[in-house]
Design a binder for this molecule. Structure first.
Ligand code: B12
Ligand code: SF4
Ligand code: SF4
Length: 300
């Protein structure tokens, strides 16, 4: 995630006019994904963040943003300078959403809407025209609640509403391309891509809306430890349209090995033994760790 901290991007995050000099307004949009607590969603013993169960939003959202720009240009009757993003650019999406009145930044650092909860993705269109502005939401509705802080398995939610990414399961399973630190592996529980815990426990997500049809779960579930033997082409085929391809086969197998080690089922050892011989040393090392864990659990 170094791109976020580069000098160039730090300035651009602070001033959208450095991205689009004509920028006068920013339109902030949200697209709901399936609430992680939906029945029939998490029947697998290995868990995947809910946003990643459907089509990749990096493919779903941009064409809709393009259509929105066209709609605006038709309305105003002339071309409008624009740039749009959804998790793809150096801007502070949650802060912008907060300022646009979409919700407040919760203690778990998610942008929470009082009616929709937080199970949605954000997108923004920088526009070279002035729109009528919405007011920022004046209230923080977290109150004295600390459910997300109490539930986070790695205790990575900091008191200033930010997250220590180095310990967040979402970072460890998606963005991190190398080894997962050994002390954090047991805390990853059965998450193999992302983590929804701090949203699952949030009372504001009790009434989350259903997913946008394009983000409805579509990848084959449940995930089994036999995935440890997936070839590259099988992996690519299976996750062609899913954000899971971001972890690449080696990251996915690494995560699955850790989750299998945490589950402690002896019947998984044969698949893990095969992964110990995988062409990727990252996969071998995590599979060896997992076998050791399972054996240790069996002896205790
Ligand atoms: C880096 C990143 C991560 C990192 C770090 C997360 C973090 N909390 O910072 C990791 C890999 C861990 C991560 C995980 C996840 N992410 Co992420 N991530 C990003 C990314 C690319 C940048 C975020 C960032 O800059 N973080 C650094 C901190 C400093 O910034 P920040 O949290 O935005 O904090 C600012 C505001 O919160 C603001 N602020 C804080 N308090 C207050 C109070 C007030 C009054 C105001 C005005 C402002 C304010 O000030 C902070 C500094 O400017 C954004 C996309 C983007 N470009 O913004 C997506 C994004 C934040 N991620 C998103 C999602 C969905 C997730 C996950 C749920 C995925 C998952 N299921 O595994 C988890 C959730 C973990 C969590 N509790 O945050 C969504 C969040 C949607 C939402 N409803 O909030 C985003 C917006 C992507 C998108 N386009 O939808 N993510
Ligand atoms: S996503 Fe998981 S690990 Fe990250 S802050 Fe939330 S509960 Fe903690
Ligand atoms: S769980 Fe509680 S403290 Fe955490 S974000 Fe939700 S309301 Fe706020």
């Amino acid at each position: 995630m170094e791109y976020l901290a580069s000098d160039r991007n730090r300035s651009r995050r602070a001033d959208p006019k450095l991205i689009l000099p004509e920028c006068e307004s920013i339109l902030v949009l949200a697209l709901p994904y399936a609430p992680p607590s939906s029945p029939n969603l998490q029947h697998s013993s290995f868990r995947i963040a809910s946003y990643a169960l459907g089509d990749d939003y990096h493919n779903v959202i941009p064409p809709r943003l393009q259509e929105t720009v066209q709609f605006i240009e038709e309305k105003v009757g002339h071309p409008v300078p624009n740039r749009y993003y959804t998790d793809t650019g150096p801007i502070l999406e949650r802060e912008l959403a907060q300022r646009a009145g979409l919700g407040w930044v919760g203690k778990n650092s998610m942008l929470i809407n009082p009616k929709l909860g937080s199970n949605f993705l954000l997108a923004e269109i920088l526009l070279g025209i002035e729109l009528e502005y919405d007011q920022a939401l004046p209230t923080d509705h977290c109150g004295t609640c600390t459910r997300c802080l109490d539930a986070c398995p790695t205790q990575c939610i900091l008191p200033n509403r930010t997250v220590d990414s180095r310990r967040c399961i979402s970072y460890l399973t998606i963005e991190n391309k190398g080894d997962i630190p050994e002390d954090l592996r047991p805390q990853m529980q059965n998450w193999i891509f992302g983590c929804d815990i701090c949203q699952q426990v949030c009372p504001w997500n009790r009434f989350s809306p259903p997913a946008d049809p394009a983000l409805k779960p579509s990848i084959p579930l449940p995930v089994r430890t036999s995935d440890l033997t997936l070839t590259s082409s099988e992996f690519n085929q299976r996750f062609k349209r899913s954000p899971i391809k971001r972890a690449k086969r080696r990251g996915y197998l690494r995560n699955l090995a850790v989750a299998a080690g945490n589950a402690g089922n002896e019947q998984d050892i044969s698949n893990l033994k095969q992964a110990e011989q995988d062409e990727e040393s990252l996969v071998n090392e995590h599979a060896k760790w997992a076998v050791k864990e399972i054996k240790a659990k069996g002896n205790s």
